[in-house]
Design a protein around this ligand. Structure first.
Ligand SMILES: N[C@@H](CCC(=O)N[C@@H](CS)C(=O)NCC(=O)O)C(=O)O
Length: 199
């Protein structure tokens, strides 16, 4: 069985669980504490170059890291990743956007404000993450004003990657009410067969 080293509050880990749920594939979950000062399990450190989660072990024990690379692997040959090269490239572009311009600001601000609840030493960083996170949400809003999904005419791993931290952005101090097209898209994501909430 697939084995996922993960934390239930992590959007990066949720992406993998959500896709596996869509695909109807069972998995064993291994809890990893990611709060500052916590230690990582030895087997995680031995298998992952960064020691970060998610880490997915395939049935034969092969380790996979990086949430969006894991999505790419698991979705290959399914409706969640287009076969056609141009469409696939457009879908992957949004997953790169997520890791470059979205997650570093929206997820990081949520982590410090809501999960660690210790933002005092990072006041200037909080402003930086807020400004750049809003820019990422505005980019998504613009795209969704003319498209139902990201990079494709149907739901793919681009939507899974972007949903993970967007739907909890309010926990990082972002007002999702400012982005109505994102709200409608999040409803479409929640309506997908096999959808499972974070946690
Ligand atoms: N780019 C990586 C980011 C992974 C990541 O930041 N994981 C966090 C949890 S969301 C983590 O393991 N933090 C603990 C640490 O850095 O030691 C991915 O998408 O998988």
């Amino acid at each position: 069985m697939l084995k996922l080293f993960e934390n239930p509050a992590s959007g990066n880990c949720y992406k993998v669980r959500l896709l596996l749920h869509h695909l109807g594939r069972p998995l064993e979950r291994v809890f990893v504490d990611v709060t500052p000062g916590s230690t990582r399990p030895a087997d995680l450190l031995a298998l992952s170059p960064t020691g970060r989660v998610p880490l997915l072990l395939l049935d034969d024990g092969t380790p996979l890291t990086e949430s969006n690379a894991i999505l790419n692997y698991l979705a290959s040959g399914t409706a969640y990743l287009p076969d056609e090269a141009l469409e696939r490239s457009r879908v992957l572009a949004w997953t790169y956007f997520e890791q470059n311009l979205h997650e570093p600001h929206i997820a990081t601000r949520r982590y410090w404000v809501s999960l660690v609840e210790d933002s005092s030493p990072r006041a200037n960083q909080l402003d930086f993450w807020l400004e750049n996170g809003k820019r990422a949400l505005a980019t998504m809003q613009k795209e969704l004003e003319t498209n139902a999904f990201f990079g494709s005419d149907h739901y793919t791993i681009a939507d899974i990657a972007l949903f993970a931290y967007t739907h909890v952005a309010d926990e990082g101090g972002f007002d999702l009410g400012d982005y109505p097209a994102i709200g409608e898209w999040m409803n479409r994501v929640r309506e997908q067969p096999g959808f499972v909430p974070m946690g």
